[in-house]
Design a protein around this ligand. Structure first.
Ligand SMILES: Cc1cc2nc3c(=O)[nH]c(=O)nc-3n(C[C@H](O)[C@H](O)[C@H](O)COP(=O)(O)OP(=O)(O)OC[C@H]3O[C@@H](n4cnc5c(N)ncnc54)[C@H](O)[C@@H]3O)c2cc1C
Length: 436
């Protein structure tokens, strides 16, 4: 096995979709990059569990613009990556995205922002929704309930309209997408080391100087980037920068399920991705006539924050499975409750306001791309670029904390304010859940 080098320009902690994207951007721009990952392969961490939905339903100007800009890269993935991966290339599957309009989400602000960016959409009446996708029950059940609630089985009391955008979709294999980025980064000279754990951050006089590994090696580097996914808070603590942050982040346990799709709601039926805030869930068609189903953290579901990202239950539970499946059956009446429990446990890295942290820190040379809150796979292609301009600004003596940087989208020509992702921001007003 190749030895880790004793020094480099940049160490990236984590080879998930974020670390791999950053490695590609920085190595392409001439930096010597070393990626250290304690797992076994690119994207084998939380990226591998991702629903990989590319959508534009965020609450704020900057977060919507970021998703819209990043989508252009997914649409042209092979061009963006720039190098053919012999293991195959991930593919964008266009399905469109339907969000039911219910209490707390009338879609008005969403449409105002989409109009500014030219994101196309339609507003569909309940009848139009059923005409297009007869598999749907369009009744209103709000608020989302647990199945123990006596009102769970109540009949719907109204009908729901919906907002539909035709350009959303999902990546067919999120781990392969990370592999594609890592492969391309390697072609530009980046080195990836797996089964190696960063156990310490070294520093001197307010400047990061490198990392130490649990296996004993040290790597000196003037730039260290924390892209450790659900372990990122642990790394920020190791670096001594966690307490100065105004917005904090912590792993949150999730369960996502893959039951069989009912006829009428498969990929071949042109089924859309669905945000069903009325029942507190999201779901989408998946390859192999399956569905991918998760929740939108409704108030009736307890949140399981995790203290230690190395110590948690990664198995799905019958209790949660039944709850999610029965709620799904309310929206898709032909969905037969599956007998077999099929799904995975996974971790989000959630911030206080469900907006990520793409930032520098008080430790010169130590940067973070974390707090991705279950909704940032879609933005990974842009995160490499964000981190590059944050690093370049620091090298030019520009203090991003004082003068927030902007990134002008290559596709949209519009400026994204990187201050929106600062660790020092005031908590943003958002949906307060995975919708962001
Ligand atoms: C169930 C689920 C569904 C999701 N659905 C969507 C979606 O539909 N759309 C969307 O946009 N986003 C979604 N997300 C979010 C998205 O997948 C994540 O934001 C993204 O994959 C995070 O990538 P990452 O590289 O930051 O983290 P990871 O992929 O977790 O990578 C971090 C890496 O760091 C390594 N690491 C950790 N600690 C150390 C250490 N000390 N030393 C060395 N290596 C270390 C780990 O081994 C890991 O490989 C979802 C997430 C989950 C969990």
């Amino acid at each position: 096995m190749t030895q880790v080098p004793s020094s480099t320009d940049v160490v990236i902690i984590g080879g998930g979709v974020m670390g791999a994207s950053i490695a590609l951007e920085l190595s392409k721009n001439g930096r010597k990059v070393v990626v250290i990952d304690k797992g076994g392969a690119p994207g084998a961490g939380s990226t591998s569990a991702s629903s990989a939905i590319i959508r534009f339903t965020y609450s704020n100007f900057n977060t919507i613009l970021m998703a819209w800009e990043a989508a252009q890269y997914w649409y042209n993935w092979n061009d963006f990556v720039g190098v053919d991966d012999p293991d195959g290339m991930a593919k964008f599957v266009k399905t469109g995205y339907l969000v039911f309009l219910t209490e707390g989400y009338d879609g008005v602000r969403q449409r105002e922002l989409w109009d500014q960016f030219g994101i196309p959409y339609e507003v569909l009446s309940p009848e139009e929704v059923r005409k297009r996708w007869p598999a749907f029950e369009t009744g209103k059940f709000y608020p989302p309930k647990s199945i123990e609630d006596p009102a769970f089985a109540d009949d719907p009391y109204d009908q729901l309209s919906a907002l539909f955008d035709p350009l959303s979709g999902f990546m067919d294999d999120p781990m392969l997408a990370a592999h594609n980025l890592a492969h391309a980064a390697k072609s530009h000279g980046a080195e990836f080391f797996f089964h190696k754990e960063v156990s310490g951050i070294t520093k001197s006089g307010g400047q990061v100087t490198g990392v130490t590994l649990a296996s004993g090696e040290t790597i000196s580097a003037p730039i260290v980037i924390n892209a450790a996914g659900p372990h990122a808070a642990k790394i920020n603590r190791l670096a001594g920068v966690y307490d100065e942050m105004k917005v904090h982040h912590q792993p949150l346990r999730q369960e996502v399920f893959s039951p069989p799709a009912p006829v009428g709601f498969r990929l071949e039926d042109n089924a859309p991705i669905v945000a069903d805030l009325d029942l507190g869930q999201y779901f989408r068609p998946h390859m192999g006539d399956l569905l991918n189903v998760g929740t939108t953290e409704p108030a009736c579901d307890p949140l399981h924050f995790i203290e230690d990202a190395d110590d948690w239950n990664d198995q799905v539970t019958v209790e949660f499975f039944e709850r999610v499946m029965l709620r799904l059956a309310r929206r898709l009446p032909d969905f037969g409750i599956p007998l077999k429990l099929l799904g995975i446990g996974a971790l989000y890295d959630v911030t206080d306001d469900w907006i990520p942290l793409y930032d520098k820190s008080s430790l010169n040379g130590f940067f973070m791309a974390c707090g991705t809150s279950g909704n940032q796979f879609k933005n990974a292609p842009l995160v490499g670029k964000f981190m590059r301009i944050l690093i370049e600004a620091q090298e030019q003596g520009i203090d991003h904390d004082v003068t927030p940087l902007e990134f002008v989208g290559e596709a949209t020509g519009k400026a994204i304010n990187l201050g929106a992702f600062s660790r020092l921001r005031s908590e943003a007003v958002t949906a307060g859940n995975v919708m962001g």
